[in-house]
Design a binder for this molecule. Structure first.
Ligand SMILES: [Zn+2]
Ligand SMILES: [Zn+2]
Ligand SMILES: [Zn+2]
Length: 140
């Protein structure tokens, strides 16, 4: 996904603020590092890129960013948690199996089906997760 780093950084910082989290310089540095590559990332990569920051600090910040919806956790690896920046409200992803490029996608009919499913399920649906794996046009 290609995006304006400053614009997205400001959006994330505002969201963090309005969710009651303090935006420390450390957190700003982590956000800047996440946005720098415009690629999927792991906490290990951030730890390497920001050696002065503790691992726990990075984990905690990622947890907050995930909670406020500014990053998405991707289920693409058994060993590592990969994340991507979130640019919009509720969405799904297409993920290229070859180059790992992520795009956000809205699945209106899926949302509708899930709402209908709610009546058939013995309990309340609290969230759902659906990513679509592709070979993108650049890779095929
Ligand atoms: Zn996302
Ligand atoms: Zn690709
Ligand atoms: Zn959905």
């Amino acid at each position: 996904m290609v995006y304006d780093q400053i614009e997205v950084a400001n959006t994330i910082i505002n969201k963090m603020n309005s969710s009651g989290y303090s935006v420390t310089n450390t957190r700003r540095r982590i956000i800047a590092e996440i946005l720098r590559n415009q690629k999927i990332f792991t906490s290990e990569e951030l730890t390497k890129a920001l050696p002065n920051l503790g691992r726990a600090t990075i984990y905690r910040t990622l947890k907050i960013l995930n909670e406020i919806g500014s990053i998405c956790k991707l289920n693409i690896s058994e060993e590592n948690n990969f994340y991507t920046v979130s640019l919009s409200d509720h969405h799904h992803h297409t993920i290229c199996k070859k180059c790992n490029e992520i795009k956000e996608i809205n699945l209106i009919s899926v949302e509708k089906s899930i709402r209908q499913l709610d009546k058939k399920i013995d309990g309340d649906i609290i969230s759902h997760n659906l990513d679509i794996f592709i070979v993108c046009t650049k890779c095929s």
